[in-house]
Design a binder for this molecule. Structure first.
Ligand SMILES: *[C@@H]1O[C@H](CO)[C@@H](O)[C@H](O)[C@H]1NC(C)=O
Ligand SMILES: *[C@@H]1O[C@H](CO)[C@@H](O)[C@H](O)[C@H]1NC(C)=O
Ligand SMILES: *[C@@H]1O[C@H](CO)[C@@H](O)[C@H](O)[C@H]1NC(C)=O
Ligand SMILES: *[C@@H]1O[C@H](CO)[C@@H](O)[C@H](O)[C@H]1NC(C)=O
Ligand SMILES: *[C@@H]1O[C@H](CO)[C@@H](O)[C@H](O)[C@H]1NC(C)=O
Ligand SMILES: *[C@@H]1O[C@H](CO)[C@@H](O)[C@H](O)[C@H]1NC(C)=O
Ligand SMILES: *[C@@H]1O[C@H](CO)[C@@H](O)[C@H](O)[C@H]1NC(C)=O
Ligand SMILES: *[C@@H]1O[C@H](CO)[C@@H](O)[C@H](O)[C@H]1NC(C)=O
Ligand SMILES: *[C@@H]1O[C@H](CO)[C@@H](O)[C@H](O)[C@H]1NC(C)=O
Ligand SMILES: *[C@@H]1O[C@H](CO)[C@@H](O)[C@H](O)[C@H]1NC(C)=O
Length: 882
């Protein structure tokens, strides 16, 4: 077999790829010059390829930059600098890619004695949670490059360098090149480049590699030749259009066996006998054949015929496998054997071999990753070990996390987050709720402020929360008072343990879990105990049983602090200078307390009070109500004839104005924001109904009572006063029946029995208004009441006829239908058929999720995006001066 030549397992060295060239068409190309000095211009145009190279600064947060000192045969700018990683076991590049697209990934490593130590480093290269290769400068003293063909499973690609011994990992260059989707298809796994050759004799002179722009994908083809081969060439153009687009430059030359009757044989020895290969052989006839000449040959793999080839004239044919091949008896051999009828020897123009690499370990569930990243960013954690995949591999798992990863083919999930004693500042971040399988949350011994967010209570798997030793305020949301949830909140001196406030615990108190349905007997006992406590304290405040009834219930009478004199009211309103509006009870003025806190001051006309005592009792109760979606009462004034209520100032007007476009509110609130506002208002109402003891019925839910702040966050106003004040601007409304026409529960009207379900009815009307932007009552309309109007339109089955035309059809119709059905069930004339506010909240949240996922998919953010991107259910409790 004289015409055969053996291909040794060539260790492709940097020396062999001196001329890395790239392209004009740089769509999706990422070209990083690792460790490029911050002072050097970036990006810069590579002289050989015309590709723009950038510093790697933006793609990695860690590592130091170094400069090659010795580099015998290498001088490309990209590889003269490098980044090395003295700190941390794993350091990762985070590259933005297109999920599902095929990429060529090339990482280049050149040590060049940058540290003057002359110690060749050894370390591992990882792609996400999977090890790709060991980079071993002991055996590859001149450096090495690694090429992979891989389809990312998410929109970011984590390429990590992992320390495996004493030496320091480093990297010189990193390139990403998108490939065509119909090439290099594998049954499973990704590919690692083994050989990539074109056939060209060198006649003693070095032949440059072929790369971009000659290769559109910026593959780097090495020249190869052996004495047993004879070269043939053409000066004519060779058509290279197929899925692989081998460079025309490479196809211009071909090798044939020097002994024309012998086969052309290529052989190598696999490192591992189980290695699986994909071969890609490119053929084009580049000789002018005579009439009586033919060239035909078989491609034979380890003795088995793969296919028969007749190269096309000046046009490429690529022969490849559908399934990977393995080598038998420790030898891989591919032969081109001319057929009997062929008058010419076989030929080959270019050849590629790839090794199959399985990446079996699944990455951590994507939304968990996004969530934990957001948590990291919010608290500026910057932990050196928080790089790469959070959960896997297990030995590189991030500090403070625990994960469930029972099976490598399933995405690991984060089950525990322990940021105890991590110096956290700010509020408890809403991103925690992205970790939907979280079981344990330890945020103890930090400096967290703000409220205990309600979402923690809605996380189904969460069974242990330690918030001890922080600076939290507000109260503990109802949602957290449930069975099976262990909650520690000790050492938060400003935290109330119930609503209204209970005395803060002295020690680390484990809030006991009371089943949501308290057995009647317990309830009665609780009422009794409370009754006694109340008596003892001689409190005049009306109180019902507390749901969390351990510890002493106190009614710290700090209300005096919130009681203002009439002269203070005059001062804070600057003598009633700025009128904000006219409410049911009187005029509302703008004011300022403590120099900066803006307030809305409601001056009550005496005549509207039903009973002063009742008013006082209710005010005392309301002063203790705190919820992020309720306008909080800052204080009050009752001096002689002067009664005033001082509220938190909500700057952005009311929902009615925003829907109607009046009062200068011309921006149309989009559907997603409407759903969020509805959900927030519903949360506020739910809190009044089930989070307060005794439950508070709002009695006057309507769009003008839903106020919005700058972030379009909803805050419900004017609750709880209707018992002592008649409400509604309409003077004809009887003082017995409280409420606003159109919003008033018809059942209440008939029975005069007012309960939570009356609020649900009114909320249903609000929701119908938000959906349709129709007047609640329109005498000029055949169906004057909004429920009748919607009901008649519903028969048509066309949601577009019901939806607010201002929305321009920009809504997810599933969420629209669902919201509409919800609104109609709320507005059911029979109270027992109406849902509870808790149910309404759940429904609206789900509508919102549907709508948000549609928006995220369909396009970017529109002009009203800021309220939309703000956290959905931020349950921060705003502490008020007491
Ligand atoms: C990677 O970068 C993208 C933006 O390019 C960012 O959205 C993503 O969160 C980052 N991922 C990690 C794990 O850092
Ligand atoms: C490294 O480069 C030097 C100089 O070109 C060469 O002599 C040596 O053989 C190369 N070593 C390897 C392992 O390729
Ligand atoms: C190259 O070949 C393809 C496919 O056979 C053909 O569609 C194309 O027109 C050819 N290009 C040239 C320049 O001849
Ligand atoms: C050429 O190859 C054929 C078939 O392998 C062999 O029989 C013949 O001896 C070879 N000729 C020379 C000159 O080596
Ligand atoms: C083909 O034809 C040419 C003359 O056109 C002749 O010289 C040559 O020997 C023939 N070759 C074969 C293999 O028949
Ligand atoms: C992993 O779990 C999936 C689904 O439960 C199952 O189909 C698969 O066989 C498991 N794989 C292994 C390696 O256990
Ligand atoms: C969280 O970590 C701290 C110390 O790092 C440890 O004392 C504490 O027990 C951990 N919390 C949980 C819930 O495991
Ligand atoms: C906690 O936060 C408050 C307010 O931001 C700050 O004044 C205080 O210094 C912080 N304490 C610690 C221990 O970081
Ligand atoms: C909560 O954290 C505090 C401070 O780290 C600790 O003292 C306490 O034991 C923890 N509570 C529980 C129930 O683990
Ligand atoms: C808690 O927060 C308040 C207000 O931000 C601050 O004045 C106080 O110093 C904080 N307490 C601690 C212990 O950090």
């Amino acid at each position: 077999m004289e015409s055969s030549f053996g291909l040794l397992l060539v260790l492709i060295t940097l020396a062999a790829i001196i001329h890395i060239v790239q392209a004009q068409d740089q769509q999706g190309f990422i070209s990083l010059d690792c460790g490029r000095s911050a002072n050097a211009p970036s990006p810069y145009k590579d002289t050989q390829t015309g590709l723009w190279y950038s510093s790697d600064n933006e793609f990695i947060q860690s590592g130091k930059t170094g400069q090659v000192r010795e580099n015998p045969n290498y001088n490309r700018e990209q590889y003269l600098t490098l980044r090395y990683f003295p700190k941390g076991k794993r350091n990762c590049y985070n590259l933005s890619v297109e999920k599902g697209r095929k990429y060529l990934i090339r990482a280049v490593f050149l040590y060049g004695n940058y540290d003057g130590l002359r110690i060749n480093p050894v370390f591992d290269l990882y792609l996400g949670p999977n090890r790709l290769a060991t980079i071993d400068f002991e055996t590859r003293v001149n450096g090495t490059w690694e090429n992979y063909i891989h389809i990312p499973t998410s929109n970011s690609l984590q390429l990590c360098l992992v320390k495996t011994g004493e030496t320091t990992p480093l990297i010189s260059g990193l390139d990403l090149r998108p490939l065509g989707k119909d090439s290099y298809i594998t049954k499973s796994g990704s590919l690692r480049l083994y050989y990539i050759f074109f056939f060209r004799t060198n006649h003693g002179k070095p032949i440059p590699d072929i790369q971009y722009p000659d290769d559109v994908y910026d593959r780097i083809w090495n020249p190869y030749f052996q004495t047993v081969l004879t070269q043939i060439s053409t000066t004519l153009e060779v058509n290279n259009s197929n899925n692989y687009v081998p460079p025309k430059e490479a196809l211009k030359n071909a090798a044939t066996p020097s002994n024309a009757s012998a086969p052309l044989t290529m052989e190598w020895t696999p490192l591992d006998p189980n290695d699986q290969y994909y071969l890609y052989a490119h053929f084009a006839e580049i000789q002018e054949l005579k009439e009586n000449e033919t060239r035909e040959f078989n491609i034979v793999w380890n003795g088995e015929v793969m296919s028969t080839v007749v190269p096309k004239k000046l046009e490429v044919s690529t022969i490849y496998d559908q399934s990977p091949r393995t080598c038998e008896k420790g030898k891989c051999s591919i032969q081109l054997i001319r057929t009997k009828r062929s008058t010419l020897p076989p030929l080959i123009n270019a050849f590629e071999v790839y090794l199959v690499i399985e990446l079996p370990q699944s990455e951590t569930y994507e939304r968990d990753v996004v969530g934990i990243k957001e948590i990291e960013a919010t608290y500026a954690l910057g932990r050196i070990n928080w790089q790469g995949d959070p959960c896997v591999p297990q030995d590189l798992r991030w500090d403070g996390l625990n994960c469930r990863d029972t099976n490598i083919s399933m995405h690991p999930r984060i089950t525990a987050l322990n940021l105890s004693s991590s110096g956290l500042n700010g509020i408890i971040v809403a991103a925690i709720q992205s970790l939907t399988q979280l079981e344990t949350l330890d945020l103890s011994n930090n400096n967290l402020t703000g409220g205990v967010p309600e979402f923690l209570g809605n996380m189904k798997s969460l069974s242990f929360i330690n918030l001890s030793g922080n600076n939290l305020t507000g109260s503990i949301p109802q949602a957290l008072q449930k069975k099976g949830l262990k909650l520690s909140v000790g050492g938060n001196p400003r935290l109330c343990l119930s609503d209204p406030c209970r005395k803060p615990p002295k020690k680390n108190v484990l809030v006991p879990i009371v089943a949501s349905v308290v057995p009647a007997a317990i309830l009665i006992i609780a009422v009794l105990i409370l009754f006694l406590v109340l008596k003892k304290k001689k409190s005049t405040v009306r109180q019902g049983p507390h749901r969390m009834s351990t510890g002493e219930v106190t009614f710290a009478n700090k209300n005096s602090k919130r009681r203002f004199t009439y002269s203070e009211v005059i001062q804070m309103t600057n003598n009633f200078q700025r009128v904000l509006g006219k409410g049911g009870f009187g005029m509302v003025y703008h004011g300022t307390v403590n120099g900066s806190e803006q307030v809305a001051v409601k001056v009550l006309s005496q005549s509207s009070t039903q009973g002063y005592k009742e008013f006082k009792a209710e005010v005392d109760l309301l002063l203790r109500v705190h919820h992020t979606n309720l306008v909080s009462l800052v204080g009050y004034c009752d001096e002689g004839d002067h009664l005033a209520l001082i509220y938190e100032y909500v700057p952005n007007g009311d929902l009615r104005q925003h829907l109607s476009g009046k009062g200068g509110k011309t921006i149309v609130i989009n559907w997603g924001t409407r759903l969020r506002i509805a959900a927030e208002a519903a949360l506020g109402l739910e809190y009044l109904h089930i989070g307060c003891t005794p439950p508070i019925v709002h009695r006057d839910v309507k769009t003008t009572n839903i106020l919005l702040d700058e972030q379009y966050k909803a805050k419900l106003a004017d609750f709880g006063l209707s018992r002592s004040f008649p409400v509604g601007g309409d003077s004809h409304v009887s003082t017995v029946i409280a409420g606003t026409p159109g919003y008033l529960d018809p059942e209440y009207y008939h029975t005069s029995r007012l309960g939570e379900k009356s609020d649900v009815y009114s909320f249903g009307i609000v929701l119908l208004e938000m959906i349709s932007n129709q007047p609640v009552i329109d005498r000029n309309r055949a169906k004057s009441h909004i429920t009748q109007w919607v009901g008649s339109q519903l028969n048509g089955g066309d949601i577009a006829k019901i939806m607010d035309p201002k929305l321009n059809g920009d809504y997810d119709s599933r969420s629209a239908w669902r919201a509409l059905e919800l609104a109609m069930s709320c507005a059911d004339p029979t109270s027992v058929k109406r849902p509870t506010m808790s149910h309404v909240v759940i429904e609206l949240k789900e509508c919102l999720v549907t709508e948000n996922s549609r928006r995220n998919m369909s396009r970017g953010m529109d002009s009203l995006s800021s309220p939309e991107v703000s956290m959905i259910f931020d349950s921060e409790m705003t502490p008020r001066a007491r």
